[in-house]
Ligand binder design. Structure first.
Ligand code: AMP
Ligand code: MG
Length: 495
C-alpha cells in the first residue's frame, strides 16, 4: 500500500529532529484499521491484506518514501520544566497530503525506543492504544479538533508495566506534532534563530495567512491562543478532563493530543480528577481554563526572542495577549454554553445563570441527604431538551435536588424571553449535547475484553461513540452512567 509521503519537516527542519527506527515486532497483527479516516486521507488499502497493514503500521515494512524521525521537544510537566523530552515512544513516518490538500503527520506511537527515550522502553500496551483510538474517534465525532487513529496493531511482544501486557502500536494522524514544548526546547537550547525558524515553519504549514503580518510570531501567539481557548471550551462543554495538560501535550494546531489519563466526568464535580498521578488536582476539570492560561504564558515566553527580534515593542503586545486570555476564554465558553442551553440571544445575566448551573450540577442529587455526588453531566443537557419537548421524565429521572430545581426554573424564565419555536430549539440542543460519550466504565470493560483477546465490545463501543447525538434504542445502556456505588474511576498515564 502506498501512502505517498511528502516530508516537509524532514526536508526543511534539519536540526529539529533525529532519525530513528522502529524496533522489531515479533508477530504484528492488525487490531483495527480506520477505513473512514483512510478515505478522508485518500489512502487506498486495495490490495493490502490485514497482514500487510499490520507490518506497515508496526514499522516493519518501511515505505521507501518514509523518513522516520523522532522530534525534539521540552515541556513543563506538572509545572516543572524538563528541558529535554522528545518523541520517546513515537516515530514520525512522514507526512501525507489528503485529496483536499490538507497535510497530515503519520506517526507510530509505541514502536520502540528512540534517542529521546531516556529510561523508557518506547513501547505501548494494548489498553492505552485502544483507549486513545476510541476516545480520539469519539472526540472527532463530537466535532472537537483532535489527532486521530488510523490503525492499531498488536506487536506480538509483551510490555512490562505494573504487570505484563500485550504490546501494541497506534498509528496517529495529526495535522502536525508541533507542540508548545517544541518551541520551549529551541528557546531553551538555541535561542531566537531556531524559535524563528520553527515559528515560520508552523505558520507556513498551519496558518499561511499570518505570514504577511507585521510581526508573524506575535500573530502566531494570538492565533494559537484563540485555538486553545476554543479547544478547552469544547472540552468543558463535554465534561472532558484531558488529565495531563503539560506544555508538551499542547499542539499549536489546536488539536487535542495525547490521550493518556483523560476521561469524561459522569456525576459532576468541578474538581473531578481521574489521573492516578495528579494528586494535587492540577489538571482537574474546572482548572483547565487556568492551565490553558498558564500554558499560553509559557508559549509566549518561548516565542518572545522571535517576537522581540522583529520589533522589541511587540513584547508588550504579547503580554497583553496573555493577560486577555481569561476574558477571551469566557466569551467563547459562554457562547458554547448558550448553545448547550438552547439560548440564542445574549443577555447580561447569562454568566450568572451559567455559574449557577455548575454549582447546582455539583449539588447532591435527590433531597440532599445522600452522598456528595452530583448530577450526570451528559444526561442533564439531553434531559433539558426533552423537557422542552414536553417530556419532563428524563429530568425527573435524574432526581434533581433543590438547587437544580431552582436553576431549572430560572432557565425556563430565561427561555421565555427567547423568540422561536421550542421544538426547533430542542432539536438544536440535541445537535450539540451528545447522548453517547465514551463512558469510563464502558471503556474499561471494552479494554479488558480486548486485552483478553475479544475485540467485539471495543468494536461495538467505537460504533456507538461515532454516533454521539442520535438516540438508538439498542444502545440505551451506553448512555447510562456507572452505578453510584461504583469505585472511583482512576486512569493511568503510561502507555
Ligand atoms: P506523556 O506524559 O505521555 O506526554 O509523555 C511524556 C514524555 O515521556 C514524552 O517525551 C514521551 O515520549 C516520554 N515517554 C512516555 N512513556 C514512554 C516510554 N514507555 N518510553 C519512552 N519514553 C516515554
Ligand atoms: Mg506527551
Amino acid at each position: 500500500m502506498k501512502l505517498g509521503f511528502d516530508n516537509s519537516f524532514h526536508r526543511e527542519m534539519a536540526g529539529f529532529y533525529t532519525p530513528a527506527e522502529a524496533a522489531p515486532a515479533s508477530a504484528p497483527a492488525l487490531l483495527a484499521f480506520n477505513d473512514l479516516l483512510a478515505a478522508r486521507l485518500g489512502i487506498d488499502r486495495a490490495g493490502a491484506d490485514d497482514a500487510a497493514l499490520a507490518r506497515l503500521f508496526a514499522g516493519q515494512d518501511m515505505p521507501d518514501d518514509a523518513a522516520p524521525i523522532a522530534l525534539a521537544y521540552a515541556g513543563h510537566q506538572f509545572g516543572h520544566f524538563t528541558p529535554q523530552l522528545g518523541d520517546g515512544r513515537a516515530l514520525l513516518l512522514g507526512e501525507i497530503i489528503a485529496p483536499d490538500g490538507a497535510r497530515f503527520d503519520v506517526q507510530l506511537k509505541g514502536s520502540g525506543p528512540t534517542p529521546f527515550s531516556r529510561n523508557g522502553d518506547g513501547k505501548a500496551a494494548i489498553g492505552p492504544v485502544l483507549r486513545e483510538y476510541l476516545v480520539s474517534e469519539a472526540m472527532a465525532a463530537l466535532g472537537v479538533p483532535t489527532t486521530r487513529a488510523l490503525a492499531a496493531v498488536a506487536t506480538g511482544d509483551r510490555v512490562q508495566r505494573e504487570r505484563g501486557h500485550p504490546g501494541a502500536i497506534l498509528t496517529r494522524i495529526a495535522s502536525s506534532h508541533i507542540r508548545v514544548g517544541s518551541f520551549q526546547f529551541f528557546a531553551a537550547h538555541f535561542g531566537a534563530g531556531h524559535v524563528e525558524r520553527l515559528s515560520r515553519y508552523s505558520i507556513a504549514r498551519h496558518f499561511p495567512e499570518l505570514a504577511d503580518s507585521a510581526n508573524p510570531h506575535l500573530a502566531l501567539l494570538d492565533w494559537v491562543i484563540g485555538l486553545q481557548c476554543a479547544l478547552v471550551a469544547s472540552w468543558l462543554g463535554l465534561g472532558f478532563v484531558h488529565g495531563v495538560m503539560n506544555t508538551d501535550n499542547v499542539a499549536i494546531s489546536g488539536e487535542t493530543i495525547d490521550y493518556g489519563p483523560c476521561a469524561f466526568v459522569d456525576h459532576f464535580a468541578v474538581n473531578r480528577v481521574f489521573s492516578s498521578i495528579d494528586a494535587q488536582g492540577r489538571y482537574a476539570y474546572g482548572r483547565q481554563p487556568q492551565i490553558l492560561h498558564w500554558n499560553m504564558a509559557r508559549f509566549a515566553e518561548a516565542l518572545l526572542p522571535a517576537i522581540h527580534a522583529v520589533d522589541p515593542a511587540d513584547v508588550e503586545g504579547a503580554k497583553a495577549l496573555v493577560e486577555a486570555i481569561p476574558d477571551r476564554f469566557r466569551a467563547g465558553w459562554h457562547e458554547q454554553m448558550r448553545a448547550k442551553l438552547g439560548l440564542s440571544a445574549e443577555e447580561n445575566g447569562d454568566a450568572a445563570l451559567i455559574d449557577a448551573l455548575f454549582a447546582a450540577l455539583e449539588a447532591p442529587v435527590g433531597d440532599g441527604g445522600g452522598e456528595g455526588e452530583g448530577t450526570d453531566f451528559t444526561l442533564f443537557f439531553r434531559a433539558l431538551a426533552a423537557d422542552l419537548r414536553g417530556d419532563p421524565g428524563p429530568l425527573a429521572a435524574l432526581s434533581p435536588g433543590e438547587a437544580l430545581t431552582r436553576w431549572h426554573g430560572e432557565w425556563r424564565a430565561r427561555l421565555a424571553r427567547e423568540s422561536g419555536d421550542e421544538a426547533a430549539r430542542a432539536a438544536a440542543m440535541d445537535r450539540v449535547n451528545p447522548l453517547y460519550i465514551p463512558r469510563n466504565h464502558q471503556v474499561e470493560a471494552a479494554l479488558a475484553a480486548a486485552e483478553a483477546g475479544d475485540m467485539a465490545p471495543w468494536v461495538a463501543l467505537l460504533d456507538v461513540v461515532r454516533h454521539p447525538y442520535e438516540a438508538r434504542a439498542p444502545w440505551a445502556d451506553y448512555a447510562l452512567p456507572p452505578p453510584r456505588d461504583a469505585a472511583p474511576y482512576r486512569t493511568f498515564c503510561g502507555t
